[in-house]
Design a binder for this molecule. Structure first.
Ligand code: ADP
Ligand code: ZN
Length: 767
């Protein structure tokens, strides 16, 4: 693709850095006036440099170094046509462009330059995912206004003078400032804490009893103290924590799989590793599935380290993102807790990455740049000499196999902490239950829930389906209502009073007459979704307080988190949830989990169907009995003898993974072989298939590495948003250089018109 594989080395940076000296720390031209002129990677004003921009161009562009010169790695503002774009000085210019037309860079931005390690990471991640580098750079700069000078705001601290007249309000302000020993506040904070109006504070400023100062808005994060006492650990936990600490002290890269049932104390253990990284003066990153980023988790971090970490997630404001991005780069955020994309923050000295719930499918980004944050975490750590901890009760088969092969260390916490025990798990054989049509809670499950209600304990009814009913069927003609733009059924959402396509999000009102045969009043919902289950539960248990947890019932992630906290506090008797509830929440009063349809995941043709079902059922069951009271999990199934259901019930986890591994090994599929998905799409089916056929015929590049191509075939969802989709699947032996071969294979493709091609390395879903 013509991208240089490495730039010149960056100047050496000092590890100490002076926190607080924001203007100075690490701008791209910091040393120019001192010793910089002879440093490797320094370009004097007017030198030809090559700049990677965030624009979708196929190569870095040549520019002239700006006034004051710049280092390789400097973030710069570059003129491009009439616009100004963000870029990074990537190395010396290529010089293959008419020199008289080359423009000068506008300026070096006042942020820490991109480190050599980050550049390698972006290049290798781009190579791995077959993503153009500008798209990787966009991922790494997802904070607005990086180039703006730090904005200022007023802060207030104790002044020297006494006010001439002391009022009660004034005294309160001064008391607050004294209580906090020299700390500064914003006007609003101070007025609020003292319970006075802001004019009281302003009055004190006039008298010099309070000092008003300008301070950069992007404040450093509060200092975290790794030496605060943690919880006393059990012998098991202490051993695991020791091992993680020893790994960190060894200094180099290494990955550890930390396996333990839900409630075993994995979080307590890895927080000790975080503390050790901070003690060593290095930074740490905790990745969580977006929804697991709860106040409960942050409170635990605060309890261990004395202050809140930086939080990077989709709900963070733009100002907050910018603050985190800058502070991380300056080494002034010691710990970041975040979702997937936090991995692309410009850490100054990243020593530890925790990937919690490492098996979670939300780590795979499914649009834009297709990457798996778990795998990229391992890549990044291997480049910057950091340790990785993959924590899970039900690891992915990939990580399990890497541990088996000795590539990852493996630590095991076998028991739940304290009095908590693993729930008893049983199947409810639905073939033997007396079921009324349209009723999904079996008599056995109903009795168990009723029992919890009388004891004042919580139950969870789990169904992994959003909406009211998955199918709307016409009882006159037998047709289902489908989406006009996709090959998908419309799902009834009674809460919204509409039908919705879960592929494209299109909604329409629920019609009275069948769109196929025109008969009125014959449309009927078929099968259960979470809303329908909630309706049934309300009718069956009229006195119970219900809480329905489905992502589309909440306006914001925050509202959802608040609801989860209320439930944890006991403000519901029956929780009805989709897979949202399977992740990391602690509901201490919950003692019963009822899985409405344990067979749901087993029907897919997906390579990972068994693994997913196993993980999800074990995770959901793990919600029960996390405190003193023992829990029970009941799985409604029509096939209790299915090997996956038996493995779930038996708790014979190693046995399940070994059997699953043997099957995949025999089939030569991941993790014992490699795969890539190619999705072609366009407005007309014909040209899309033609392109697919052409690719399938010209597969020499793939055959050279022993890979095979399957398809083209209509993708399982053959139409999304009116675009026809065709899929090719590439299978290769484990050690094959898959990406290189695919790059050579698709290089001759010229996408005409509105055709699109996307490559998904290590696909997780097959839609
Ligand atoms: P996991 O991450 O494995 O699901 P957690 O770390 O969340 O487990 O622990 C489960 C519960 O047990 C939490 O409430 C946690 O605070 C508590 N816990 C675990 N280990 C200890 C310990 N050594 N001392 C006190 N409480 C603990
Ligand atoms: Zn649709």
């Amino acid at each position: 693709m013509g991208w240089p594989r490495s730039g010149l080395p960056l100047p050496h940076e000092t590890r100490s850095g002076n926190p607080g000296n924001i203007g100075f720390v690490g701008t791209g031209r910091q040393k120019a006036g001192e010793s910089g002129l002879d440093e490797p990677g320094y370009f004097q004003q007017g030198d030809l440099v090559s700049v990677l921009t965030t624009q979708p161009l196929d190569r870095p562009l040549d520019y002239l170094a700006p006034e004051g010169g710049c280092f390789a790695g400097a973030f710069v503002e570059a003129p491009l046509g009439p616009r100004k774009v963000l870029g990074v000085v990537w190395g010396p210019g290529r010089g293959d462009f008419d020199r008289s037309k080359i423009r000068s860079l506008n300026r070096v931005l006042d942020v820490a330059p991109m480190r050599e390690e980050m550049r390698s990471f972006l290049i290798r991640a781009a190579d791995y995912t077959l993503t153009p580098l500008p798209a990787m750079l966009r991922l790494a700069t997802r904070a607005p206004g990086l180039g703006d000078p730090p904005s200022m705001r007023k802060i207030y601290r104790l002044g020297g003078a006494e006010p001439d007249r002391m009022t009660e309000a004034r005294a309160r302000v001064l008391a607050v400032l004294r209580d906090y020993g020299g700390l500064a506040f914003t006007l609003r904070e101070l007025a609020e804490m003292a319970g006075v109006t802001s004019s009281v504070v302003k009055g004190l400023v006039k008298q010099c009893a309070v000092r008003e100062e300008d301070s950069p808005r992007d404040l450093p994060f509060p200092h975290l103290d790794p030496d605060l006492p943690g919880k006393p650990l059990t012998a098991d936990q202490a051993q695991a924590a020791d091992s993680l600490r020893a790994g960190l002290r060894s200094g180099g890269y290494g990955t550890t799989l930390l396996k333990g049932v839900t409630g075993a104390g994995k979080t307590e253990v890895y927080l000790e590793a975080v503390a050790e990284a901070l003690r060593m003066g290095r930074q740490a990153l905790v990745l969580l599935p977006e929804i697991a980023l709860t106040a409960e988790f942050l409170t635990r971090v605060e309890a261990r380290l004395g202050a809140r970490p930086a939080e990077w997630h989709s709900g963070a404001t733009m100002t907050e993102r910018r603050r985190i991005w800058r502070m991380v780069g300056q080494g002034e955020a010691q710990l970041v807790v975040g979702a997937r994309s936090a991995l692309f923050l410009p850490f100054r000295d990243l020593g530890l990455i925790i990937v919690d719930e490492e098996h979670d499918t939300s780590y795979k980004q499914e649009d834009g740049v297709l990457y798996n944050a778990r795998d990229m975490a391992v890549l990044r750590a291997s480049i910057c000499g950091a340790r990785v901890v993959l924590a899970s009760a039900t690891p992915s088969l990939e990580s399990w196999a890497n541990a088996e092969a000795g590539k990852y260390l493996r630590l095991e916490l076998s028991a739940r902490f304290g009095a908590a025990t693993l729930p008893e798990m049983r199947a409810i054989d639905m073939r033997a239950e007396a079921l009324t049509p349209g009723i999904w809670i079996s008599p056995t499950l109903r009795a168990a829930v009723a029992d919890r209600l009388t004891r004042g304990e919580q139950s969870l009814l789990f169904i992994n389906r959003r909406g009211y009913a998955p199918v709307t069927l016409c009882r006159a003609c037998g047709q289902q209502i489908g989406c006009d733009h996709c090959d998908a059924r419309m799902v009834e959402h009674r809460f919204l009073k509409r039908l919705m396509c879960h592929q494209c999000g299109e909604t329409k009102p629920i019609p009275d007459t069948c769109p196929h045969c025109g008969v009125e009043g014959k449309l009927a919902p078929v099968g259960p979704g979470i809303e329908r289950l909630a309706e049934e539960a309300a009718a069956t248990f009229p006195e119970a307080r219900l809480a329905v947890l489905s992502s589309d019932l909440f306006g914001s992630a925050r509202a959802l988190k608040e609801r989860i906290e209320q439930i944890a506090a006991g403000e519901a008797d029956i929780v009805i949830g989709t897979q949202l509830v399977a992740k990391g929440h602690n509901f201490p009063q919950l003692t019963l989990v009822g899985v409405i349809d344990a067979d749901l995941g087993l029907q897919g043709s997906d390579l990972r169907a068994a693994e997913r079902t196993f993980q999800l059922m074990r995770q959901v069951a793990g919600r029960a009995g996390r405190a003193e009271k023992p829990g029970q999990a009941l799985l409604q199934t029509h096939q209790p003898e299915h090997p996956v259901i038996r493995a779930i019930l038996g708790g014979e986890e190693e046995g399940f993974w070994r059997a699953e591994a043997a099957e995949r090994q025999a089939a030569g599929v991941p993790p014992y072989g490699r795969m890539a998905g190619i999705v072609l799409s366009g407005p007309e089916a014909g040209p899309v298939f033609d392109l697919g056929n052409k690719l399938a015929r010209n597969d020499a590049a793939l055959r050279q590495i022993g890979a095979q191509v399957f398809g083209p075939a209509p993708a399982p969802i053959a139409r999304i948003r009116g675009r026809h989709r065709v899929r090719l699947l590439v299978k290769a032996p484990k050690g094959a250089a898959l990406q290189e071969a695919i790059a050579r294979w698709i290089a001759p493709v010229r996408l005409k018109g509105d055709l699109r091609l996307s490559v998904d390395i290590d696909p997780q879903s097959f839609l």
